[in-house]
Ligand binder design. Structure first.
Ligand SMILES: [Zn+2]
Ligand SMILES: [Zn+2]
Length: 290
């Protein structure tokens, strides 16, 4: 501890701590405990230098594993005493280079309750936008082309963020701070429906596109849904004729297809799920595949 009653520590944290809101979490936590310092991504996770009153430092350290972001996983945390520096605030240092080659990347995660609420709010700018996401949810692994996990290294790089999205992306206290796939109806991927001659059939209306796709599925048609990692060929699983047609066209006579459901309860009549499997498919995982 320095003569001013200020203590300092270097803390290195490894695990799934990049692309999951970990640095903004530490930023908020440091502010809440009146601490100064900085945090950056490293080759194996994040490193932070933190200083302030010893009791605040202790509380901060206890809070990290307690309050960490939903998708993060800490595999190791090492703290070393340091000499305090002349610091007046807490800053997030931008990833500087491509040294971060061994950091773990989060899997894709289904929409979180906060995003779902915005998506269902007619007054929200993301109303009914199916590609809504934040640091607690959305695509990760599927869109990553290289690490460090920054937007230019993802398949979202061709979508330039609009001012509203950029504002969220740059605000350390926003839920979308550094949410690399952040997008909205103005600047992000669009929804549209094409027929098998590649003519658009939805009259330029995303809701109409989704309603028509649902209608086609009910009629036993095959709908190819372009997702983050390629196409899903979808049919109504309860319609044997439609499933047969898909089997013929895919030349896949016997091998089971993946089953997709909106929630686990709608699967209980069809598949057996043990407790671990149910946990894996829990409320934050969105569509289920089994
Ligand atoms: Zn979310
Ligand atoms: Zn936008």
């Amino acid at each position: 501890m320095g003569s001013s009653g200020i203590a300092a520590k270097k803390i290195e944290i490894s695990g799934v701590v990049q692309g999951v809101g970990f640095r903004p979490f530490l930023f908020g936590l440091a502010c809440a405990h009146h601490l100064c310092g900085h945090v950056s991504n490293t080759s194996s996770g994040v490193a932070l230098f933190i200083q302030g009153k010893p009791e605040n430092l202790d509380a901060f350290l206890l809070d990290i594993p307690e309050k960490k972001p939903l998708l993060s996983q800490i595999s190791n945390m090492v703290s070393t005493d340091m000499q305090p520096l002349d610091l007046t605030d807490f800053t997030i240092i931008k990833s500087r280079d491509a040294r971060t080659k061994s950091a773990l990347i989060s899997p894709d995660v289904g929409v979180c309750p906060n995003c779902l609420k915005e998506m269902q709010d007619p007054a929200d700018r993301q109303f009914e936008y199916p590609f809504i996401n934040c640091t607690n949810c959305g695509p990760r692994y599927t869109i990553i082309q290289d690490i460090p996990y920054d937007r230019p290294n993802t398949s979202m790089k061709s979508f330039a963020m609009c001012p509203d999205c950029r504002k969220e992306y740059e605000d350390p206290l926003n839920r979308r701070f550094h949410a690399q796939p952040n997008a909205c109806p103005v600047c992000g991927p669009q929804v549209f429906l094409l027929d098998n001659k590649e003519n658009q059939v939805d009259g330029n209306d995303p809701s109409q596109a989704m309603a028509l796709a649902a209608q086609f599925l009910k009629q036993g048609k095959i709908v190819a849904i372009k997702g983050l990692g390629g196409f899903h060929l979808a049919v109504d699983a309860a319609n044997a004729t439609a499933v047969d047609l898909l089997r013929q066209r895919k030349k896949r006579p016997h091998k089971p297809f993946a089953l997709m459901a909106a929630r686990d309860s709608s699967l209980f009549n069809h598949v057996y799920l043990d407790r671990d499997e149910k946990d894996c498919l829990g409320p934050i995982t969105g569509p289920l595949y089994c």
